[in-house]
Write a protein that binds this ligand. Structure first.
Ligand code: NAD
Length: 353
């Protein structure tokens, strides 16, 4: 099996690359990345340790695809992944990478006769519609009401039937636009493909920052005794996300590589699910227990642009295909991140503190 991963030095890309190499004996894995994300360069040593060939390149540049090896699969995990991207600065980089970059990947896949797995996002779903879901509030979090009142939402979370009509952030729009083109190439241009709409993904080796990778950032700020803020929702910290451990994402991708025909042409939501969900307030408790540190957390009442109150993934469709289910709990996810942080605290301090 020969696999090329774009964004292969990033959090998702590097972890998938290493796990594929370990799991599929004899596989050849190529990691293609322009190292735009701060901290991705730290993954190069890991990639080398596992005999993964790093190719420095940019998905925006057609010419960078010309010399790439022929592969059986391309996993597109390169992106400007921040939901705030392009909202206060030029959206050029976002659009060129997340949309044009995907088209370049598709053309390469077509030439290579490769199958494509796309890491999309739950951010394709419109903000206003998510925030219209009926909810209840308890001491530590918002909950989806027993009767959510929006099509495509169950008590477990958002299904693939949720509407995609309405603004969703430029980031989400570039991903949705890419999804449309992937479907066209799948149907008319012989590029078999799978689209995974992932919720928050986290785990060791994520270079968390305020606008992306907040779960790792939350723990790191506790670890390094810094400060944080609950933004929006009245400064309550009750906003909820399900979190997908990178190992659980890998188990899904591994099944897709092995049983591609079961998933081909499908778009599926994949996330940690209700059992692996936390509010920021609950996350604070977990971080305090792990680090023993209590840090100042400001309560900022103003809403943050493009934020949503609750996002939970209803994984039933993904599970129905070949019985994939995430296994982690918030505690086990955070324990894994803590071990990584603790082992590498000196190296990570300038990036995560
Ligand atoms: N982390 C999450 O919570 C999450 C959730 C849903 C979807 N995703 C998607 O998963 C994928 C991976 O995200 P991540 O969390 O690993 O982010 P990341 O920033 O760690 O990884 C992305 C990688 O892409 C590289 N990159 C950026 N622009 C590039 C370009 N023009 N050419 C080549 N490489 C480029 C970066 O250097 C980085 O290494 C993205 O497509 C993202 O949209 C992530």
């Amino acid at each position: 099996m020969r696999v090329l991963i774009t964004g292969g030095a990033g959090f998702v890309g590097s972890n998938l690359a290493i796990k594929i190499k370990q799991h599929f004996i004899g596989s050849e894995v190529f990691a293609f990345d322009n190292l735009k994300r701060r901290g991705s360069e730290l993954n190069l040593t890991r990639l080398k340790q596992f005999q993964i060939q790093f190719i420095h390149g940019d998905v925006r540049m057609k010419s960078d695809f010309a010399e790439l090896p022929e592969v059986d699969f391309i996993i597109d995990a390169s992106a400007e992944p921040s939901v705030l991207s392009g909202l206060n600065t030029s959206p050029d980089y976002l659009i060129d990478t997340n949309f044009s970059g995907t088209i370049n990947c598709l053309n390469y896949a077509s030439r290579s006769k490769a199958k494509m797995i796309f890491i999309s996002t739950s951010r394709v779903y419109p903000i206003a519609k998510i925030n219209n879901i009926r909810f209840t509030e308890n001491e530590s979090r918002f909950e989806i009401d027993n009767t959510p009142g929006v099509i495509g939402c169950t008590r477990e979370g958002i299904t693939e039937n949720f509407s995609v009509q309405g603004p969703r952030s430029l980031y989400g729009a570039t991903k949705l636009a890419s999804e449309l083109m992937i479907e066209e190439y799948n149907e008319f241009l012989n590029v078999p493909s799978i689209i995974n709409r992932c919720g928050v993904i986290t785990g060791p080796f994520q270079m968390g920052k305020v606008d992306q990778g907040v779960i790792v950032l939350w723990l790191a700020k506790h670890y390094y005794n810094k400060s944080l803020a609950y933004y929006g929702f009245n400064g309550s910290g009750k906003q909820v996300r399900d979190i997908l451990h990178i190992d659980d994402l890998f188990s899904l991708i591994a099944d897709q590589l092995q049983n591609f025909h079961l998933y081909q042409g499908k778009t599926l939501n994949s996330g940690g699910g209700r059992n692996c969900s936390v509010s920021l307030r609950e996350l604070t408790d977990v971080c305090r227990k792990l680090t023993g540190n209590v840090i100042p957390i400001e309560e900022v009442k103003e809403e943050r642009i493009a934020d949503v109150r609750i996002y939970l993934t209803d994984n039933s469709y993904a599970t129905s295909i070949n019985n994939w289910k995430p296994k982690h709990t918030p505690e086990s996810v955070m324990k894994d991140i803590y071990s990584w942080l603790h082992e590498n605290h000196k190296q990570l301090e300038p990036i995560l503190s």
